[in-house]
Design a protein around this ligand. Structure first.
Ligand SMILES: [Zn+2]
Length: 475
């Protein structure tokens, strides 16, 4: 074990110097030791690309959009530099959340479960967002500018994810031992204080309950005491919580008038969705059956939503369909209810019915991307690929940097036998995720697909040139 660690240490110590010459010019080269936003974004993309392969990664646009809506509310409320944030959930029972370089924020399902109010969840997101906007991550990593991107990405992941990714941790601790980097594996006290201060301001400006921050800290500290095997919840390891921090958060809001924040319907629906999809499927069904029957719920629509969702997961489409009426009877409406009902129709073998329902939902919620994705999915399910590609072509004009749309496009072109267009769309999908080699490979396939006209081929050639130049610039 120690021999292996030493070997890794030596490798890590040697590698950056060999790469230094080619890596230096493109790291922004400012006098201050912070990463440029471009490098920060690339680091984040590279870590998220790795995480996406993990089965724990929850690739659910409804959950991402919900977290993103809280994030947007928090960032819009505070003035300052605009930042593009992307949120995602990770299936992990531990209480944790983390910000990666470039504005990617991950939230463990354990944390979403432990947060009893939307304000508690928002307080954690506000703190993570502050680490990004205050450029803490860029400053922590700024001293490692001589490192090549993949090595720095491993280090960043180890610092920011704590021990939840032991595979990445090994490389980073070896690097520290070797003296190749001088990194601390947690945010400093100053950074924590700063993130609490800025996060609290955002929480207040966005209209959340400001007392939620201190109360959630206390909750996490209690869960730390309960774990008597000496392990800390992930969040406390990367964001050390002291009694001083809790007192600070309490003092800052002590004089403020109490402001109630009502939890949104989506807060309850998202939690029900996560619960219905985790653990044993039969446990999930009986959990929601019981809470509906005994009326033990914080929110009736969410309990009924969870029951329909769990029944779908148990492949009991007819039972799920029977429960939809009860869900609608609560008066609940909105994109998440529509997409759930559409999923029930698809499970019943009625994709046309689902497509019709979702087309109507899109006129009510024209800006909901989860509804758009679901609509395209239902059209594809009904083998209506020409309609799907027409819908997607319009959607791509509105959201040119959405990789999911390009992936759906590629699927429908493949079904229609349009090979050049299929590979072209797939190439954009990879390019938008920062994976240039895969994007270039797809364009090469598009060139030799044999079904493109002169105009299409010249577009492919021009784009290929562009991507190759980009790749040469990042090497
Ligand atoms: Zn922190």
């Amino acid at each position: 074990m120690r021999a292996l660690a030493l070997l890794i240490a030596v490798m890590v110590a040697l590698v950056p110097r060999a790469w230094a010459q080619s890596a230096l010019p493109d790291l922004g080269g400012s006098g201050e030791l912070t990463l440029s936003p471009q490098v920060e974004r690339r680091l984040g993309e590279s870590i998220v690309r790795d995480m996406r392969r993990d089965p724990q990664f929850i690739d659910d646009p409804e959950i991402s959009e919900y977290l993103g809506a809280i994030g947007a509310r928090l960032t819009q409320a505070t003035s300052g530099a605009r930042h593009d944030f992307e949120f995602f959930a990770v299936r992990d029972a531990s209480i944790n959340a983390f910000a990666l370089p470039g504005g990617f924020v991950g939230v463990h399902t354990g944390l979403m479960n432990a947060a009893e109010t939307e304000s508690e969840l928002a307080s954690v997101l506000a703190h993570e967002i502050a680490h990004v906007t205050q450029r803490h991550i860029a400053r922590m990593l700024g001293q490692q500018q001589q490192m090549q991107i993949p090595v720095m990405a491993a280090l960043a992941a180890a610092i920011l994810l704590g021990r939840s990714r032991p595979d990445l941790m090994a490389g980073a601790s070896a690097a520290v031992q070797a003296g190749a980097v001088s990194a601390q594996l947690a945010y400093s006290r100053d950074f924590e204080r700063d993130a609490d201060r800025v996060g609290l301001q955002a929480l207040r400006a966005a209209g959340y309950d400001v007392r939620a921050m201190a109360s959630f800290f206390e909750k996490m500290q209690r869960s730390q005491r309960v774990a008597d095997d000496g392990t800390l919840p992930g969040y406390l390891r990367t964001h050390p919580i002291s009694t001083e921090r809790i007192a600070d958060a309490q003092n800052k809001v002590a004089g403020l008038p109490y402001k109630q924040h009502l939890d949104s319907q989506d807060f309850h629906l998202v939690r029900a969705k996560l619960r219905s999809e985790s653990g044993d499927v039969h446990d999930a069904v009986s959990h929601f059956e019981r809470s509906v029957r005994e009326r033990r719920y914080a929110n009736e629509a969410a309990a009924r939503y969870g029951l329909v969702s769990a029944l779908l997961r148990a492949r009991r489409a007819a039972d799920a369909n029977a429960e939809v009426a009860g869900l609608r009877a609560t008066g609940a409406s909105g994109p998440m209810i529509d997409t759930l009902e559409a999923r029930v129709k698809q499970a019943l073998g009625d994709p046309a019915g689902a497509a019709k329902l979702l087309a109507a939902s899109r006129t009510r919620h024209p800006h909901s991307r989860p509804v758009l994705y679901a609509h395209v999915g239902a059209l594809q399910d009904a083998s209506r690929h020409a309609e799907a590609t027409a819908t997607l072509a319009e959607a791509v004009r509105s959201y040119p940097i959405d990789p999911r749309l390009r992936n759906l496009q590629s699927q429908s072109y493949a079904a229609l036998g349009k090979r050049l267009l299929q590979h072209q769309a797939q190439s954009e999908y990879y390019a938008l995720q920062g994976s240039l080699p895969a994007a270039i490979e797809q364009l090469q396939l598009a060139r030799t697909a044999g079904d493109g006209d002169f105009y299409q081929l010249s577009v492919v050639d021009a784009r290929l040139k562009e991507l190759r130049a980009q790749q040469a610039g990042t090497r």
